[in-house]
Every structure is written in C-alpha cells, then in structure tokens.
Write a protein that binds this ligand. Structure first.
Ligand SMILES: [Zn+2]
Length: 77
C-alpha cells in the first residue's frame, strides 16, 4: 500500500490505499541508473503521492526518511 497514505501525510484521503500503486525512485533513474533495483531508493506510492513526489512537492528528504524507516523495520524482523 502507499507508504505516505499509511502515515497520513501530504493530503492523504485514505489511510489504506491499495489503488494504482506505483514504485517511485527517490533519486530519479535519469540521475543514477544503478539505483534501479536498490531498496534504499524505492518506495511504493499511490498515483497521487507519486505525482507530488515527481513534482518535488514532497521533498526528497521526506521520501528518503520513510524509505529508511521501512528498511530498518524489515531488517529488525
Ligand atoms: Zn498515497
């Protein structure tokens, strides 16, 4: 599900959003192709939040914080 919706951030309308999920690259592939499959650069987002990220309305630092949080949680399991 969308990792921003679940945290109720950036204009979330539905907390558990499974619709039109997309993978967003925090650092765009145009900047670094090597990050294509790098978990530390990937986040699942709904269409709306993906759009905000691509526009830069949601800053990279915020996106990266959520990705790191997720990866740490996965590691500690
Ligand atoms: Zn969302």
């Amino acid at each position: 599900m969308c990792q921003i919706c679940i945290r109720n951030l950036w204009g979330t309308e539905r907390k558990y959003n499974y619709d039109n999920l997309q993978v967003h690259h925090a650092i765009p592939l145009s900047a670094d192709k090597n990050l294509k499959l790098d978990d530390s650069n990937l986040i699942t987002l709904c269409e709306y939040h993906h759009y905000l990220c691509d526009r830069g309305d949601i800053p990279y630092s915020e996106v990266k914080k959520i990705i790191d949080e997720q990866n740490n949680r996965a590691k500690n399991k």
